[in-house]
Design a protein around this ligand. Structure first.
Ligand SMILES: [Zn+2]
Length: 548
């Protein structure tokens, strides 16, 4: 049969194809055949588009297993502050940025490090006021769980005098009786995010009110589409968007049906304690899926926060706070009940767990679901696993749990400073922190992602970080994994975690024609982040990034 697209003269590593494979034929958005150039030339007809890979490496498109498309899309118009440190540098960066944002209601910086002003000066409204006083300004922490606002933003958001937000979130108060500017967790941060053009519609727990206008719809579709194009630029063909709600489901369906999504998306329903067990039924509001392009069937929960704000739930006390282990963001009996109900409905449960106590609680919940409903191929997921006890490491495989982890998250990687995280976490937790190698050695399915916009989106950069990770002390085990293991976590691993292993993550006949051509050498990522780059991204047989 004549192919729509043929790629010749490519290099495929043994992980993805048998020796001698240099060419691929694509028909109707799927892989039709692969083999050597001579074999695949037989598929070329008058209408076939032929790409000469010129010896470049061809591999399956990257599967990004944990990102936030709407927040990421929004971040494309924020200032990336990941590399800014020190008052003078930050001031110059923000003031230059402000000049480019004349019409915006509020200025946002993101990827802000906790030690941006030095290790003894946590950001607050006073220091931000010295930089920009007359316009609302909000800096979002690198982990997305904390933000700092200037006085103007706090006033406009109506929280300068503080706000009672219930458990888990906090408008931190200063010694003067007014808000300090630090906003911990989503409910607090959302009060300030409401000042932007998105009016909080990018919030994870957003529930459509019915008051949204057509202008809001097209604004938000453009945000998501820009995020999808940004994914394609980085070789990503499939992504799990970790903060789904019916609003996003509707927008993504419109984009997918119009053929305007450059990336396939899986969208879970994001639930919180306030939604209760009944909240699981909200997934029915998502409406129909778009086969191959948009899938639902998952719920997302948060068990805890992060170490930097002492909101990670731990098994043992925080070393700097005797007697303190934080608290779950959702009561454990309710979490278990939600897991049982979601599992009974055949949904996949995916839960953020950073502290070792949170990971344990999540495993307990998945175990409760299995006890209640019987074992099935559920593939419930734990997101992050920054820390885990050795005992719980051994519980993952028997319960069929999938690990979704981010090579760009360990302190000391991806430009993140070690402090304050590693000290707050406590040295006793270091040996099993971010334990990719330990997870793989126990045959636990592993999927990689970045949590973009928490961290940079590029899979190549994430792999560079994974390959170059350094232990924080001599007695800490090396958790580096091999290049092929990284690539697997970004392809077959991601496909398995997303129930897509029969159509994604491999180059084989009948699989989606989701492909990426690599410039340079992936092996070189072990020494340099610029050793390899994305040359061309193909999703469903269509070029979504690059030119030939
Ligand atoms: Zn996330």
């Amino acid at each position: 049969m004549t192919a729509d697209l043929v790629i010749l003269n490519a290099r495929l590593r043994p992980l993805f194809a048998s020796p001698g494979t240099t060419a691929v034929a694509v028909t109707a958005g799927q892989i039709a055949a692969l083999g050597d150039d001579a074999t695949i030339r037989a598929h070329i007809g008058p209408q076939t588009r032929v790409i000469d890979a010129m010896g470049r490496e061809l591999m399956p498109g990257f599967i990004e297993s944990h990102l936030h498309l709407m927040m990421g899309g929004a971040s494309l118009s924020m200032l990336n502050m990941g590399a800014l440190f020190g008052f003078d540098t930050v001031q110059a960066g923000l003031r230059d940025f402000a000049k480019t944002q004349a019409g915006e209601d509020i200025l946002f910086g993101y990827a802000v490090n906790y030690v941006i002003f030095g290790k003894d000066q946590r950001p607050d409204r006073h220091i931000l006021d010295r930089i920009i006083k007359d316009r609302p300004l909000c800096l979002i922490a690198t982990d997305l769980h904390c933000a700092w606002a200037n006085t103007k933003a706090l006033e406009l958001a109506g929280i300068l005098q503080g706000a009672d937000l219930g458990p888990g979130s906090e408008v931190v108060m200063g010694p003067d009786g007014l808000a300090s500017g630090e906003l911990r967790e989503f409910a607090a941060m959302n009060r300030v995010k409401m000042l932007s053009a998105l009016r909080g519609r990018d919030a994870m727990d957003y529930r459509a009110t019915g008051a949204e206008t057509e202008a809001d719809r097209s604004h938000d579709r453009a945000v998501i589409r820009a995020a999808g194009e940004y994914c394609a630029r980085h070789g990503i063909t499939r992504a799990v968007n970790m903060d789904g709600n019916a609003w996003q489901a509707g927008l993504m369906r419109e984009l997918a049906l119009a053929g305007e999504m450059p990336v396939r998306v899986s969208l879970p329903l994001m639930l919180e304690a306030k939604d209760g067990v009944e909240g699981v039924a909200l997934i029915d509001d998502f409406g129909p899926e778009v086969p191959g392009w948009l899938s639902f069937g998952r719920i997302k929960l948060f068990m805890d926060g992060v170490f930097d704000t002492w909101t990670a739930l731990t098994v043992t006390d925080y070393p700097d706070r005797p007697g303190f282990r934080s608290q779950p963001l959702i009561p454990l009996d309710l979490f278990n009940a939600i897991c049982v109900e979601a599992d009974r409905r055949g949904l996949q449960v995916t839960t953020h767990a950073v502290g070792d106590g949170a990971v344990r609680a999540v495993i307990d919940g998945y175990q409760a679901a299995q006890l209640a409903n019987g074992p099935r191929d559920a593939r419930h997921r734990v997101e992050h696993i920054d820390t885990i006890t050795p005992a719980d490491l051994d519980r993952l495989k028997p319960l069929g749990i999938t690990a979704s982890m981010q090579p760009v998250h360990p302190p000391g990687s991806a430009g993140l400073p070690l402090e304050p995280t590693v000290t707050i976490m406590g040295r006793a937790r270091w040996p099993t922190a971010f334990p990719w190698a330990a997870i793989l050695s126990r045959q636990v399915p592993l999927a990689f992602g970045t949590d973009w916009p928490v961290s940079p989106l590029s899979p190549l950069y994430a792999i560079h970080c994974a390959l170059t990770r350094q232990p924080w002390s001599d007695d800490m085990p090396d958790q580096r994994i091999t290049l092929d293991q990284c690539l697997a976590a970004y392809t077959t691993g991601g496909a398995f975690a997303d129930f897509a292993e029969t159509r994604a993550g491999r180059i084989a006949p009948g699989y989606d024609a989701d492909l990426v051509l690599i410039d340079g050498q992936l092996e070189g990522l072990a020494t340099s982040e610029s050793a390899a780059a994305i040359s061309l991204t193909i999703c469903g047989g269509k070029i979504t990034y690059g030119t030939v």
